[in-house]
Design a protein around this ligand. Sequence first.
Ligand code: 5GP
Ligand code: ZN
Length: 112
Amino acid sequence: MDCIFCSIAQHKTDADIVFENDQVFVIKDINPKAKVHLLAIPKEHIVTFNDLTMDNFGVMSVLALAIKNVTEDFQIADSGYKVIANNGSNGGQAVPHLHLHILGGEPIRGVT
Ligand code: 5GP
Ligand code: ZN
């Protein structure tokens, strides 16, 4: 399967990996939209939130804790940040492998 995030998960494509365990990894976004822009990604190829089942309960919990971990490492935990998932066409999703954007380091404007 030709998926950039699967390829990074398998260490076949380079990325700036700032956190990794057996289930998830976090990379710096290649085209940052804020001073801190990270992507938290499950290693399993899940496309959108539409595809989640109770089988993914564990990995999504691990993903949440990975986000907590990197926000501390990048010293944005106290100043605050947004966590955003783009889903499908209207969501503006470009990479069809579920990922959570972590944006911080400055005030983040958005629709919410
Ligand atoms: P989406 O619109 O799918 O939510 O966002 C995909 C994000 O992945 C974009 O912010 C884009 O800059 C980032 N991205 C796409 N390809 C790569 C890549 O090969 N490496 C890294 N580090 N980020 C990528
Ligand atoms: Zn994938």
